[in-house]
Design a protein around this ligand. Sequence first.
Ligand SMILES: Cc1cc2nc3c(=O)[nH]c(=O)nc-3n(C[C@H](O)[C@H](O)[C@H](O)COP(=O)(O)O)c2cc1C
Length: 297
Amino acid sequence: MSQLLDMLGSKYPIIQGPIGSINSPELVAAISEADGYGMLALGFMNDIEEVKRLLAEVKKKTDKPFGANIMIINPLNEKIIPLLADAGIKTVTTSVGFPGKIYPLLHEFGIKGLHVLLSVKHAISAEQAGADGIVAAGAEAGGLRSTGPESSTMVLVPLIADHVNIPVVAAGGIADSRGYKAAFALGAQGVQIGTRFMATTESPIHTRWKEQIVNCTDGGTELLPVDNMMMRAIITPELRTKIQSPGFDMKKEFKLANASKAWNSAEFDLVPAGAGEVSALIRDVKTVKEIIDEMVK
Ligand SMILES: Cc1cc2nc3c(=O)[nH]c(=O)nc-3n(C[C@H](O)[C@H](O)[C@H](O)COP(=O)(O)O)c2cc1C
């Protein structure tokens, strides 16, 4: 058994990637029931009662291991972490922030963590800061990105695997058995999947968001400015016309604070539909089990 599988306790090293503050106990449980590692997205969580409710809902639906993503900068982490330990969570992912402070606290509660990052420099410092593993998210991944130059998964994963002695998980661009197998060849012990699990029967995202993923073709996503970061999103012809119209300033128009509203109601001119380059490989909405079974075959 790999070190990663030992940490996760799942049959397959397939981790659900968090999508903003979109949480569905059904999707988390479906991924764990299909022998992957379902994850609650607690990064933006500001309500402890809601954390308790989500944990209880997942536990009602599955006995299999699941985890949670936390953001290091969330001031509620000191209250959230004991709840995760009580719920039996053994491994979390941590993102956004320096891991030095959070890892001693996680370890105090017997929880291990994989730190999500985008560069080899941050992987080396995360290992030194006590991270138990790394999620290396290549430039093709969906979600928030830095404004600096970045490497694709094909380059980032082996580079990080060469520089750290802790397990590496590949994220970005993986949707089927070909990407899954490639991740191991690159030196990863597992994968984190965002976009493919968004286009599933169990996923709670808006139907029009799923349609945009399924209809997205090669080159159909771009990095767009959102606040002072970049976000990979689907560019439809309508959105292209809008962003190219004179006087339209994306930096002022696209605000992270509007993401929940935009995504819940499919108002993608407010904040575009976030998704990875891998959308081009996704041609239909399937069940989580169909996706995982095909991936590991
Ligand atoms: C719309 C969207 C929102 C995301 N939000 C988060 C987030 O809040 N925190 C995080 O750690 N990762 C976030 N991610 C990244 C995913 O968890 C995952 O690492 C990534 O999607 C993997 O690449 P893939 O989309 O090619 O599978 C987000 C991804 C997408 C598509």
